[in-house]
Write a protein that binds this ligand. Structure first.
Ligand code: SAH
Ligand code: SF4
Ligand code: F3S
Length: 457
């Protein structure tokens, strides 16, 4: 379909690779895994797009996210032309999965479209592009789980690492493309997860975030042949020496089972911070979204978690202006937000996604109204985030240090609540954990001093 001059790409020697990643943490994780797949072929990553191979790992969640691809492709075309075509352009991720051949129609200089379940096949797909001198598309959902066929993780992620344990979604919220772009829910087995966790820890990880589109729906096969719940996986991971912190994201309220809630009481390595998207505080909207929980269900889950772990804080996602959202529905969302008090939140106006049921709903909300509501919500959420950060001043907690801060002499790390924490005049090893006292709060970060007992130690 396109003319691909295979000169650079057919030599078995060093080839340069540039991966651009958009979207969620799962995409960031997938990009690392794609680099792992390509390394044995001689590809090494470079920071600029003047490379032998450029991969766009794309997001389809909202219209604007998907639009990014085509403007970036337009820009890259000039770079490819300047290299006399000696560049392979691949589109991966959720736009690739959703739009497939349409991408080649709009951007015929793309060489490869690879869906989110086919990354383990990259070597053969690249070989096919080179052999056929034509573009190749693979957006199948293969029967095998890609995780079983990907090479072992080699990319060191540093002190804070992500580990995908679950992928896909069977929930079919009426606004969401993920069940179509990521396929059916699938859980990795315990042994594979533990093995990957050990490799990450050997590579310096002290904190691991378990990832999944619906991570708390994970139910993987244990070494005993039985299906384990997430709480048991977390307990087993907590036994790994040198691993200090565990998280899991993103959870669905419906899968917040009592045993998982209790894990927040009993598992000492589980951090007191949970991302639990609620989307709306109005039952009519939650029903129309097919969320299959009410606003009060969400309140009860939050209460149970606070009982299990009094210092827990929450973050959430909101969609504003979903079809049919009335002033009263929006007021119900605001009421829920004021009641729960979130430490952090992500909120967007509803974006109509082709192929999802809500896109065809007759009662779409005018963009200006949705935007006005969003501004009101975001002001409250911002105030809550600032209040949460200010409430940390004077508190003592452990910080996982990750590297130098922005200014000379500073070292930066992460609080149990994922806030960036900066300490002046300290020289601490990357990956070390030290108790600090928070001295001041900025909207997005905290300043701290090392506790005396630690300096003496
Ligand atoms: N699995 C998670 C979220 C995955 S998508 C859950 O069930 O909550 C991440 C977030 O993107 C969602 O929580 C939602 O708030 C937002 N989102 C998804 N589709 C959207 C759409 N069509 N318009 C606006 N926001 C959307
Ligand atoms: Fe999308 Fe709903 Fe699945 Fe979350 S649970 S990924 S919002 S369909
Ligand atoms: Fe986007 Fe796909 Fe993640 S649509 S949010 S990259 S699962």
């Amino acid at each position: 379909m396109t003319e691909t001059t295979p000169t650079a790409a057919t030599t078995q020697n060093l080839r340069t690779l540039h991966i651009v990643t958009w979207g969620c943490q799962m995409n960031a994780y997938d990009s690392l895994r794609m680099a792992d797949v390509l390394r044995p072929l001689g590809y090494r990553e470079v920071a600029t797009d003047d490379a032998d191979m450029v991969i766009f790992n794309t997001c389809h969640i909202r219209e604007r996210a998907a639009d990014k691809l085509f403007s970036a492709l337009g820009r890259l075309r000039a770079v490819k032309d300047a290299r006399n075509g000696r560049m392979m352009i691949a589109v991966a991720g959720c736009v690739a999965q959703a739009e497939g051949a349409e991408i080649l129609r709009r951007a015929p200089y793309v060489d490869l479209v690879v869906g989110s379940q086919a990354y383990h096949k990259l070597p053969e797909l690249i070989a096919a592009v080179e052999a056929q001198h034509a573009a190749v598309i693979d957006t199948d959902f293969p029967a095998e789980q890609k995780f079983d066929f990907l090479p072992e993780t080699q990319s060191s992620q540093g002190p804070i690492a992500n580990l995908a344990i679950q992928e896909g979604c069977d929930k079919f919220c009426t606004f969401c493309v993920v069940p179509y772009t990521r396929g059916a829910e699938a859980s990795r087995p315990v042994a594979a997860i533990i093995a990957e966790a050990r490799r990450l820890i050997a590579g310096g990880a002290r904190e691991i975030a378990l990832l999944g589109q619906n991570v708390n729906a994970w139910h993987g096969e244990g070494p005993d042949g039985k299906i384990w719940p997430l709480s048991r996986l977390l307990a087993t991971l907590a036994d790994l020496q040198d691993l200090a912190r565990l998280r899991y994201t993103t959870s669905h309220p419906r899968d917040m089972s009592d045993d998982l809630i209790q894990a927040h009481r009993t598992n000492p390595k589980l951090m007191p911070f949970l991302h639990l998207p609620v989307q709306s505080g109005a039952d009519a909207i939650l029903t129309a979204m097919n969320r299959r929980h009410t606003a009060d269900d969400f309140r009860r889950i939050v209460e149970k978690l606070r009982n299990a772990r009094p210092d827990i804080a929450f973050s959430s996602d909101f969609i504003i202006g979903f079809p049919g959202e009335t002033d009263a529905d929006f007021a119900a969302t605001m009421a829920l937000v004021r009641e729960v008090e979130f430490a952090l939140a992500y909120s967007f106006t509803y974006s109509r996604r082709p192929g999802t049921p809500a896109a065809d709903a007759p009662n779409q909300i005018p963009a200006s109204l949705a935007h006005a509501r969003l501004m009101e919500l975001q002001e409250t959420l911002r105030n809550q985030q600032h209040a949460f950060n200010r409430a940390q001043v004077g508190k003592r907690f452990d910080v996982l240090f990750t590297g130098p801060g922005r200014h000379p002499g500073q070292i930066a790390g992460r609080s149990p609540y994922l806030q960036p924490v900066v300490v002046e005049h300290a020289n601490l090893a990357q990956g070390s954990i030290h108790p600090v006292t928070i001295t001041s709060a900025n909207p997005n970060s905290l300043m701290a001093t090392l506790n005396q007992e630690q300096i003496a130690a």
